[in-house]
Design a protein around this ligand. Structure first.
Ligand code: PLP
Length: 387
């Protein structure tokens, strides 16, 4: 049977392929160290696990949840926004629950993008911005994130004929994969530009709580008038080590939140209530400082080890990734392949995040320091250096 053009337009999901490769290698007895996927290895806070267990016993929680999410969960999100960012949100109209932020990111284009409409998507960038747009029948216009621009997009470089067809602008700071951060003044510029061109900004803030050296990533919703043009995606996945639980939210522009809710009531039935109670318990406290300390130590270790092998990489101010250039003579795919064959260490080739990622590879710091050190020991033994 012919698959739909929609599904045929989708690129293969890079991480699915990498996971298959790892599984094969492990099966054949290789001691693989994966610095690939950004899936936290540390446990979910006990208060969340306990809240899940308590709620799971109650039969009332075994029934269909509401698609928009418990009002108590949305209220907890609103309280969290007030405390963390000083932003006021109406939980009834400006917040909706997601089955992980990936779900909302993939679905939102269905609410706003018609055939032939354009999403502006950062390159390199999280692949789901592209997939969601393609599934909705839209087109992607890539905004290059270049090192010389601190990995921020150059709005002025978008041609007028593209702007006329643009519905959505995707942004993501702290950024995956580059580790770049954006300050309040960048978000102010983005909001003003989106207002001028009648574009909805979709800001993905999945990594806003993992930050170092005193840096506090802002929310785009802190900008005056941002709610007129912006919706922000958030997740408990990285902040509270809850990737497997599948819960996040979209907040901000009421029209975007309302449209997403309307779509979702038609295609899903929300998040299991005990997971929402667990998320409420998680949100009642900020990100754990010992979690940040662990990531900071791992970040510093990676930067130090890379430096000993000839790389010169600035420590990222936030997130769980180090973005580093591939040695000359390799494409990013070739380099990742070479490293894997020589050392059984998995790194992510930058091209997986777009054409402009090709000169780079990404290391994620979701492994204990000893394993990270062991990976670089293998690089040293095999002569893998930046030359
Ligand atoms: N956004 C970015 C930039 C990510 O890297 C990820 C996951 O790695 C997500 C969103 C999705 O997170 P989740 O669906 O677990 O909330």
């Amino acid at each position: 049977m012919q698959e739909s053009s929609r599904i045929r337009r989708l690129p293969p999901y890079l991480f699915a392929q990498i996971e298959e490769r790892i599984a094969e290698a492990v099966k054949s007895g290789r001691d693989v160290i994966s610095l690939g996927i950004g899936d936290p290895d540390l446990p979910t806070p006990p208060r969340a696990v306990e809240a899940l267990a308590e709620a799971a016993i109650l039969p009332g929680n075994h029934r269909y949840p509401s698609s928009a999410g418990l009002l108590e969960f949305r209220q907890a999100v609103a309280d969290w926004y007030r405390t963390r960012f000083g932003v006021e949100l109406d939980p009834k109209t400006e917040i909706t629950t997601l089955i992980g932020s990936k779900e909302g990111i993939a679905n939102l284009p269905l609410c706003f993008v018609e055939n032939g409409d354009i999403s502006l998507v950062p390159d390199p960038g999280y692949p789901v911005y592209t997939s969601g747009t393609l599934l909705a029948g839209g087109e992607v216009y890539n905004l290059p994130l270049l090192e010389e621009n601190s990995f921020l997009p150059d709005f002025a470089a978008v041609p007028a004929e593209v702007l006329r067809r643009t519905k959505l602008l995707w942004l993501n700071y702290p950024n995956n994969p580059t580790g770049a951060v954006a300050g309040r003044e960048f978000f102010e510029r983005a909001v003003a530009w989106a207002r001028e061109h009648q574009i909805l900004i979709c800001h993905d803030a999945a990594y806003s709580e993992i930050a170092f050296d005193g840096f506090r990533p802002p929310s785009i919703l802190e900008v005056d008038g941002a709610k007129d043009v912006a919706v922000e995606f958030h997740s408990l996945s990285k902040t509270y080590n809850m990737t497997g639980w599948r819960i996040g939210w979209a907040a901000g522009n009421a029209q975007a939140v309302g449209a997403l809710r309307r779509l979702k009531t038609n295609i899903d039935s929300g998040v299991f209530q005990p997971i929402q109670y667990a998320a409420i318990a998680a949100l009642s406290e900020p990100v754990a400082s010992d979690l940040i300390a662990v990531y900071q130590q791992r970040r510093d270790l990676v930067v130090e080890q890379l430096s000993a092998l000839g790389w010169n990489v600035a420590p990222p101010k936030a997130g769980i990734y180090i973005w580093a250039p591939v040695p000359s003579g390799y494409s990013s795919l070739e380099f990742a392949e070479h490293v894997f064959e020589q050392t059984n260490v998995v790194i992510t080739p930058g091209v997986g995040y777009g054409r402009h990622g090709d000169g780079y590879f990404r290391i994620s710091i979701c492994l204990p320091a000893e394993r990270i050190a062991a990976a670089f020991q293998r690089w040293e033994t095999q002569g893998i250096r930046f030359a």
